[in-house]
Write a protein that binds this ligand. Sequence first.
Ligand code: SF4
Ligand code: SF4
Ligand code: SF4
Length: 273
Amino acid sequence: MTEKKLGILTDVTKCIGCEECVKACREVNELPPEKPWRWLKNITDLSSARWTTIMKVDSPKGRRFVRKQCRHCLEPACVEACIVGALQKTAEGPVIYDADICIGCRYCMVACPWEIPRYSWEDTVPYIQKCDLCYERATAGQRPACVEACPVEATIFGERDELLSEARRRLAAEPDKYVQKIWGEKEVGGTSVLYISDVDIKLNGLQQAVVDETPMPQRTFKVLRHMPMVFLGTATVMGGVWWIVDRRQKLMGSEEDSKDNSQKNEEEGADNP
Ligand code: SF4
Ligand code: SF4
Ligand code: SF4
């Protein structure tokens, strides 16, 4: 098992927002075309048909484009939350998904601190949808399709340690340009997708307040360790309800039977005085 983890470094200062990465991702993963719904015309967020997207961030320095995709956390909460093991953290780093095992509980969607997994609600049998870091390509020595497609090398691929070194090199080379921070280095225990930028970037939405350096499984475990007991408790309660209902029906049945019998006896008694 290799200790080296593959990852992606996105330099927000280089991204021009052309969405070639989005297009390449859609092609390589054979994602369906996005619905031409009116309210989706200006698409900026992930969807079942969009595993990576370009978020627009307005700052005092102007508009910046920030690519969003699964962060491939070093300790992924989605993997911990999945009760059937449909999500796995591979030895190489990508967090991959097995649709054949998935039962559609969507615990992974709740657990992910970055609000990444999506659900293909439009399908008759829906599945979880998210970036897999182009696992097959990456482990075959190829770059992810999105990285290959980027015309300005705003997003680069490699081993996480080397990407961190490259990020530090860029921050040190131009200290006045960059915010002295590598997003993804430490948050939630570290992620394989890293960012550097010249403006503050919000990498997630509602859950920003809870994202710190604590690995998410340590948080989710507090909740998830109670889940078997919740299932057990529910099963016990439902079993109890079934027993009471069943017993009541049997009692009512035997009461009816004894009523019928006594009525019959009375009638027979009347016939034979
Ligand atoms: S970003 Fe979310 S979906 Fe991706 S590995 Fe981390 S917890 Fe899982
Ligand atoms: S790594 Fe692959 S699956 Fe992930 S966003 Fe890029 S092209 Fe899509
Ligand atoms: S292809 Fe490169 S420059 Fe274009 S939007 Fe994607 S990351 Fe940005």
